[in-house]
Ligand binder design. Structure first.
Ligand SMILES: *[C@@H]1O[C@H](CO)[C@@H](O)[C@H](O)[C@H]1NC(C)=O
Ligand SMILES: *[C@@H]1O[C@H](CO)[C@@H](O)[C@H](O)[C@H]1NC(C)=O
Ligand SMILES: [Mn+2]
Length: 473
């Protein structure tokens, strides 16, 4: 009965078992397709599992059934916010304020969203005014003084050393702040290094060499340290590839990204970073990284991060056989490695096309392509993967972007591998993390799993936009 389903679904939500909640609400929707609450509640479960496209569709459906259902407007607004469609979100908050003029909460949400819409309009206005100047040109790093009472790590002659990296990691572990001069030194140098890389990085692993591929880390600094503890610190003989989504959600994103950038500078040839969909302005504004940088440093430093992120490469190919990217394959057949080499990546990702797909798409079990559950890019089936690999003479792809219970998943007959390295994602998904070893001798993926370690008491999303916090949806 429906009653039983309601009970089951309440349990699902309290256990944060969103996948099951979605399953049961889907059954409820099939049995009774005219109940707005089922759609609206499933919309929330989709929001929590980052399926913003589906969340938007369900909220819209709930409002079609009952246009006076206030929660439906909130859910649709949150979905649109998550998709970076701020004007559409504002319209829904407007409706709620109109219907409930005395609701303080509604008014607050409306104002928050309105602030973002105005800010975006302002940014667009100045962007078209003149070619945007780099923050680097307005910095006077040489002249920044380090106060005598700062006893943390410093660069020697502006150079990163292994000693500096070890000191910085310990310093961060104790929740201390790196001096802003050092942070700027790292950012300016890493921008220079990244901007010289191609959009598709191509490397060769020798017979005896092995690389470790990690997926999303999402500001989980203590879990990143745990990866280094389990798998060894990066070095010339212990190369790593981190496959995007370093920041947002976890509240130690600055610590994660400065550590990764530091290693990139220390071992430019043996430490690799690819861009994820969260190394972008829209995501950083909603999911915490912008807020975190502003809280710990300044808005100007966030601007520089944004510039650096635009230079992160988009894909990496190993021994001409294994292709790694954050999201996945393409909305159309026929994309070649040469097309990837030619992508002008120094920008915020467009709404469609190969650059968008590399950062956003997901695999699906059935053949063909479908509309993305996220509302951006597409989902691609095993046949799509097969054709792409064949055309480009590749063996398989490795991607990240989706939380997996075991930390990794092998799909498309072994030709599409997902790896995710943020265990117990957002402190609530209960998943394992994983990383992959790939050896030059056979290029066979070897999976290593790990579980979450404790972190200081700062909750995930602590710096996120208030409209994205649970309870605000
Ligand atoms: C919908 O979710 C709310 C919590 O947001 C819960 O109280 C309610 O029981 C759910 N309704 C149904 C029909 O599942
Ligand atoms: C440092 O600042 C002083 C005073 O603003 C200026 O005169 C000097 O040129 C600056 N030095 C450098 C290296 O930019
Ligand atoms: Mn992602």
């Amino acid at each position: 009965t429906y009653w039983q389903k309601d009970v089951i679904c309440d349990i699902c939500f309290s256990d944060k078992d969103y996948e099951n909640a979605i399953k049961y609400y889907s059954e409820a929707v099939d049995l009774n397709p005219s109940n707005a609450i089922y759609y609206s509640n499933r919309s929330l479960a989709y929001l929590r599992t980052e399926c913003y496209g589906y969340a938007l569709a369900d909220a819209t459906k709930a409002l079609e059934i009952d246009k006076n259902y206030i929660k439906g407007y909130y859910r649709r607004a949150t979905s649109n916010m998550a998709l970076g469609k701020f004007k559409a979100a504002l319209k829904d908050y407007e409706t709620v304020v109109r219907v409930r003029p005395n609701d303080k909460d509604a008014k607050m949400k409306y104002q928050e969203c309105n602030k973002i819409v105005k800010q975006k309009a302002f940014e667009r206005a100045i962007a078209s005014d003149e070619i945007k100047k780099s923050v680097v040109d307005s910095l006077d790093i040489e002249n920044m003084t380090i106060e005598d009472d700062y006893v943390g790590p410093k660069l020697e002659d502006g150079t990163i050393t292994l000693t500096f990296m070890k000191e910085m990691m310990d310093w961060f572990k104790d929740q201390k702040k790196l001096h802003r001069k050092c942070a700027y030194q790292i950012l300016v140098q890493v921008k220079d290094v990244l901007s010289k890389l191609p959009s598709l990085v191509e490397i060769t692993l020798k017979e005896t060499e092995k690389i470790t591929i990690c997926g999303d880390t999402h500001g989980q600094y203590y879990d990143l340290l745990n990866i280094f503890k389990l798998n060894g610190l990066p070095s010339e003989t212990n190369p790593y590839l981190f496959n995007g989504d370093f920041v947002d959600r976890g509240s130690f994103s600055l610590e994660v990204i400065l550590t990764l950038f530091g290693f990139k500078l220390l071992y430019p040839e043996n430490f690799h970073l690819l861009r994820g969909n969260h190394e972008t302005d829209n995501m950083n504004q909603m999911y915490g990284f912008e807020g975190e940088v502003k809280a710990k440093y300044t808005a100007q430093m966030f601007q520089l991060f944004s510039e650096v992120f635009q230079w992160l490469p988009l894909a990496q190919c190993m021994n001409n056989k294994v292709l790694v990217m954050h999201g996945g394959l393409f909305s159309e057949d026929g994309v070649t490695l040469d097309d990837l080499r030619k992508i002008e990546r120094n920008r915020q990702p467009p709404d469609s096309g190969p650059m968008c797909d590399l950062l956003w798409s997901d695999p699906q079990p059935q053949n063909g392509r479908s509309i993305s559950k996220r509302g951006v890019s597409c989902q691609f089936g095993p046949d799509v993967t097969e054709r792409f690999l064949e055309q480009n003479k590749l063996d398989f792809i490795v991607r990240s972007h989706e939380v997996k219970a075991e930390g990794y998943e092998v799909t498309h007959s072994g030709k599409c591998i997902t790896v995710f390295s943020a265990p117990n994602y957002c402190d609530q998904m209960g998943n394992k993390g994983a990383y992959i070893h790939l050896r030059g001798s056979d290029l066979k993926p070897e999976f290593h799993q790990f579980t979450a370690v404790p972190h200081p008491n700062v909750k995930p999303m602590a710096y996120a936009n208030t409209l994205m916090q649970l309870g605000m949806m």
